[in-house]
Design a protein around this ligand. Structure first.
Ligand SMILES: Nc1ncnc2c1ncn2[C@@H]1O[C@H](COP(=O)(O)OP(=O)(O)O)[C@@H](O)[C@H]1O
Ligand SMILES: N[C@@H](CCC(=O)OP(=O)(O)O)C(=O)O
Length: 367
């Protein structure tokens, strides 16, 4: 961690607010000091939550609204307050910040994804600290990341960061939710994210948080898979960020799992929401995973969903496990007609043939 030069820090609502949801100015000031320290000699990207909570407070509402327009309105009010706080804190140290508000649609489309990535690269080169949040005011269900842990994981993979640090109100990942179980122990390191580990991570125990530990562990796993080391620690305790970046053993560390995925493969694996599922036989699974080959129509048993050419689809094995994601070379109707057939039969069945493969190797990410 001491060697990390490009760092993404995700700040959860809980790290910015009192338990009541009110903005915690003292926490924020301490946290901004840590961020400014981290930004010296490093490229820093901040993914910050807090817009809805700050909007709730500014509008004098008794609680966080449950309905979407209510949340959208709070986010619109709170986001400018949030940015003002960052702007003022960084200004004092003569550092510049920039606001980026993203929706899932911005990363689902490869061209827009690259646009975002290029803008981020440019800002970092100009030594500006990008402060990113989901554009809650215009995001509705299918365009939503849903939580900033997921967004931060995608950003970290996208900018090929060295480290992702997730700051919450707990010291790390515990064996159970420490709010509910006083005997829970913190895990200092996670080498593999197994279903058992995911089962330890519960939802948000607070009134203001969104994803809880589940989304943090998933984001950490994705980041680790993309070659980014990740630490989950507390943003409520001053100095934790400095400790992590000084190489001290605080929080829960998720080791990166070896090689960095290519940027395109990481995008296919993590940035895309699948529009359909291809159920494949054991031979096809073997060819795609161990054989590192394309998926041919002959290995497809059935097709689910409504998707077009080039849309993301999940590859599912006979046990129902999703083991890969890729871009389909055919739409769902075409694939239904050629499923189980040899590639040499595609043309006689469809009357044309784009590719021999249903999902080409270059468009595949094994999960
Ligand atoms: N196994 C666990 N270890 C640690 N925290 C957990 C665990 N399971 C659930 N949690 C809850 O997750 C919360 C942090 O997530 P969340 O409320 O979404 O915060 P943030 O605003 O930082 O994203 C903790 O306050 C805790 O109550
Ligand atoms: N985008 C929302 C926060 C969403 C979110 O993931 O919140 P949190 O779990 O507190 O990180 C906001 O700014 O209020």
């Amino acid at each position: 961690m001491r060697a990390a030069r490009r760092v993404v820090v995700k700040i959860g609502t809980n790290a910015l607010t009192h338990a009541t949801g009110r903005f915690n100015r003292a926490h924020f000031d301490a946290l901004s000091e840590d961020l400014l320290w981290a930004a010296q000699g490093r490229e820093l990207v901040v993914v910050s939550s807090g817009a809805i909570a700050l909007g709730v407070e500014r509008l004098g509402l008794p609680a966080r609204p449950k309905d979407i327009p209510g949340k959208q309105a709070c986010a619109a009010v709170g986001q400018s307050r949030l940015m003002r706080a960052y702007e003022e804190a960084f200004d004092r140290a003569n550092r510049r910040v920039a606001q980026l508000l993203l929706t899932h649609g911005d990363v689902q489309d490869r061209r827009r994804y690259l646009n975002v990535k290029h803008a981020l690269e440019h800002l970092l080169e100009a030594q500006v600290v990008p402060i990113i949040n989901e554009n809650d005011t215009v995001s509705v269900d299918e365009l939503k990341f849903g939580d900033n842990d997921t967004l931060a994981g995608l950003v970290a993979g996208g900018v090929e960061a060295d480290a992702l640090i997730i700051l919450s109100d707990v010291e790390g990942l515990f064996t159970a939710d420490p709010r509910k179980n006083p005997d829970a122990r913190m895990l200092p390191q996670v080498d593999a994210v197994t279903p058992e580990l995911l089962a330890l991570a519960g939802g948000s125990g607070s009134q203001v948080g969104t994803g809880g530990m589940t989304t943090k562990v998933r984001a950490a796993a994705r980041a680790a898979e993309s070659g980014v080391r990740c630490v989950i620690t507390s943003g409520a305790v001053p100095g934790r960020l400095r400790s992590v970046l000084s190489g001290e053993p605080v929080g829960t560390l998720f080791e990166s799992s070896g090689s960095r995925r290519s940027a395109r493969t990481a995008w296919i694996a993590h940035a895309l929401k699948p529009k359909g599922r291809l159920l494949v036989d054991a031979g096809a699974r073997e060819a795609v995973t161990a054989g590192k080959r394309s998926l041919l129509p002959s290995g497809i048993r059935s097709v689910e969903g409504d998707f077009g050419r080039g849309d993301p689809v999940d590859l599912v094995d006979a046990q129902g496990q999703v083991f890969a994601r890729g871009l389909s070379a055919y739409d769902d109707g075409e694939l239904r007609r050629i499923a189980g057939l040899k590639s040499s039969d595609i043309e006689s069945v469809l009357g044309y043939r784009y590719l021999d493969e249903a999902v080409h190797r270059d468009d595949l990410a094994v999960l």
